[in-house]
Design a protein around this ligand. Structure first.
Ligand code: GLC
Length: 474
């Protein structure tokens, strides 16, 4: 079976969010299952700069976008056994960063069309094209329209994965013919409140639709989560599945992570506290082994539930605990945490920036990891925390609900602490439950063990993807 991933991000080449981690791991896992996997990415400036020497030029072609004939270079590089094909067009991709340009609609329409064309140019008969997010949502739309009568593409099936339904790719009606080269019929598929909605187009035209957790697959049937697409989700729910992401267990491994001053694992968990001590020292917190340290790593955005944290922050501090926050995002949140760190220097540390090294040390050195997201399609941080034996406190939504099971001291089962409603005090009480457990050595040890032993491997999710691919080929 031949599966081609078409994506705008993949670790280690280009990353703005969790999509990159998924496309950086899943293909290699599928390869282990005997599936032939390729990945197509845009050749961004940073990739050219960092991998220039290793990129091997394969071919060039011209891609038609309505009246435009665009240059398209194809480069190749093998990384950890997976072949990556890069689409080169300097006008579109030789820029800083990945997204945020006025012509993003044009850039990624070009990329989607170029990715399809690449297959016939290289005479690569794929079975499945697996696309993600609005940036590649036109792939199934094009396959079912402009390429519908083309023999080469006739048997190819598409899978479209929603990593976050909030970003849908909305564009003006005028681009339909002039840029996409599509007509009225596809216009109806893409139409959304007088605009074009790329994600909607993919949801309707793809052969199978997936999202990154079973709970999120249910949630997006409701307006609170679906940002206007709830009826489209419901109409297409017969082909929708929710598959929880895994994590790269080698990349996130407390027994090997080079960023940590001390290594540990489930069987040497008593050494974890040494990472905590080093972290407290580095951040200027008081050196107190017995004070629970609560970590937060991630984007400071409102859907991450930062308002809940801000609303009860000083109440949280009325109990003996320390808090460390690492992340960037909305200015009001960055300023809030900086102010709290100034006011309580020995108990609160805020780093508004990003550092992989510090992130690792917070995942490992904290006792509790707070992630009160309002919405979280899958979430990676809670999984990393579990992998490092740090107890997640999460709101029961999306992938958080599917990966964190509330600990019950009477049965010794569960790997974290959860709360249900979007309510700051519910979150506060969840943190307090965490503190109580922390001071109960028997429960705490069991809880840490359960966290370490949580199955977060990609192998589990891979089985489900393979099943979908097989169904499609039947
Ligand atoms: C998006 C989601 C996040 C998920 C990631 C990978 O970034 O917001 O929850 O973990 O995609 O699927």
């Amino acid at each position: 079976m031949r599966v081609v991933f078409i994506s705008t991000e993949a670790v280690p080449f280009a990353k703005t969010g969790g999509l990159a981690d998924v496309i950086g791991s899943l293909p290699a896992e599928l390869l282990k299952k005997g599936i032939e996997v390729k990945v197509i990415l845009p050749l961004y400036k940073t990739i050219k700069e960092s991998y220039g020497e290793q990129l091997h030029f394969v071919k060039e072609t011209k891609v038609t976008l309505a009246w435009r004939k665009c240059y398209c270079g194809i480069f190749e590089l093998e990384y950890e056994g997976v072949t990556f094909w890069f689409i080169d067009n300097e006008q579109y991709f030789l820029r800083d960063g990945l997204y945020g340009y006025a012509d993003d609609g044009e850039r990624f329409s070009f990329f989607s069309k170029a990715a399809i064309d690449l297959l016939s140019v290289l005479n690569y008969q794929a079975d499945i094209l697996h696309c993600s997010e609005w940036q590649t949502a036109l792939v199934p739309v094009y396959l079912k329209s402009l390429y519908a009568k083309n023999k080469f593409y006739k048997k190819m099936k598409t899978v479209f994965t929603i990593h976050n339904i909030e970003y849908q790719g909305l564009f003006g009606w005028d681009v339909l013919e002039d840029l996409l080269g599509l007509g009225e019929e596809q216009g109806a598929v893409l139409e959304f409140h007088g605009c074009l909605n790329f994600m909607k187009g993919a949801m309707i035209t793809c052969d199978r639709l997936t999202t990154v957790s079973p709970s999120y697959a249910e949630e997006i049937k409701h307006s609170f989560f679906a940002h206007g697409l709830e009826s489209v989700v419901k109409e297409n729910s017969h082909k929708l599945s929710g598959i929880l992401n895994g994590i790269d267990r080698n990349r996130y491994n407390p027994a090997k992570d080079k960023a940590l001053p001390v290594h540990y694992s489930c069987t040497t968990m008593e050494k974890k506290v040494l990472v905590k001590k080093a972290l407290q020292e580095e951040l200027g917190l008081s050196l107190s082994e017995k004070t629970p340290l609560v970590g937060m790593v991630g984007r400071l955005a409102s859907h991450k539930g930062i308002d809940l944290v801000a609303a009860v922050f000083e109440e949280l501090l009325s109990e003996p605990l320390q808090i460390v926050v690492l992340g960037t995002g909305e200015r009001r949140y960055e300023e809030f945490f900086r102010k709290m760190a100034e006011t309580y220097p020995d108990r609160v540390a805020a780093i508004t920036g990003f550092s992989e090294r510090l992130a690792s040390n917070i995942y490992a050195g904290s006792d509790l990891f707070l992630m009160p997201s309002i919405s979280e399609p899958c979430g990676l941080s809670q999984m990393i925390a579990l992998r490092y034996g740090t107890i997640p406190i999460v709101r029961e939504t999306g992938g958080l609900k599917d990966s964190v099971i509330p600990f019950d001291p009477s049965t010794g089962k569960g790997n974290g602490i959860t709360f249900g409603s979007v309510n700051a005090h519910d979150m506060l009480f969840a943190v307090r439950r965490g503190q109580v457990l922390y001071h109960d050595p028997v429960s705490w040890k069991q809880l840490m063990k359960n966290a370490f032993l949580t199955n977060l491997s990609w192998a589990r999710s891979t089985v489900e993807y393979v099943k979908i691919y097989q169904d499609l080929l039947r």
